[in-house]
Design a protein around this ligand. Sequence first.
Ligand code: ASP
Length: 342
Amino acid sequence: MTEMRKVLVIYTGGTIGMMMEEESQSLIPIDFEKIFQHIPVLESMNVEIDHAQMDEIIDSSDMNPHFWIKLVEIIEKSYLEYDGFVVLHGSDTMAYTASMLSFMLENLNKPVILTGSQLPLGMVRSDGRENFISAVEIASAYEDDTPIVPEVCVYFENQLFRGNRTSKFNAEHFDAFISGNYPALADVGVHIKYNKVYIRKPAYKALKAHKNLSNAVGILKLFPGIPLSLVKNTLAQKELEIVILESFGAGNAPTNKDFLSLIEEAGRNGKTILNVSQCKSGEVEMGRYATSKKLLELGVISGRDMTTEAALTKSMYLLGEGYSGSDLRKLLQKSLRGEMSL
Ligand code: ASP
């Protein structure tokens, strides 16, 4: 008999724990105890499961930095007591939370598996049961006393992804997440097949939980015909220190002189502009096209194959840690937690 592992399930809200409110006929979050009743099989697993519930149970569209800090505090406080963690979370902003946790939890040596569902557990066809059970299994999977997946991950519909590589791309299908630039860490069928070459190695250092986050970050998504006033107003926001430019294809942007002079002015005013692609797969390669070469000349830096979610949360984390100037630019372009390909 293998050693019984201990997993802490942290319930934050989301569809997995919602039910239909009769009066409003909308889905609202319910208490964790009721969720547990829907999966009696959890009790027969060779895992000791405890649970913690956030003070406020939310639809993940209400996610915010304060909530992330509270979540990290729970993980930090119980880190030594548990072998792994499962975070039940709404799918809408799960990719943001998974990315953020990866930066906040430095030297992570245990699995932190985020999961949820597209249909509430109380519904007959709910995808939540399988997601929950497999997430617990993955969070408690050890080999020779070493966790198989010592990373922050998203588990959804038979696939385990590195959390900071994911984006939600489907609001209807059960396979709601994509990891366009990094292979799945595990495929789940009759067996759980771990793709070990892609999984990060344990850090073998003490966990360092970072709890200072800055919100001096904005996102400017380009589109054909974008009004210059919109670009100007965004870049003129004094409180923003980093602006993530969601560009076209391999990092391309309009060559219009007025647009480019706004970018240049923002750089002169001390803003860092980080270029990520609107595409879900592939990377920013500034200089490949004339339309991106200009950005490079103006000091825009490349987010390479980072998702917008990873770029945003990494920026909030680095600014919160007090980085600025060339150190900030250097770290933004470096892989800190496997969020970017080397
Ligand atoms: N609106 C829900 C949430 O993100 C959707 C879900 O859970 O899938 O909390």
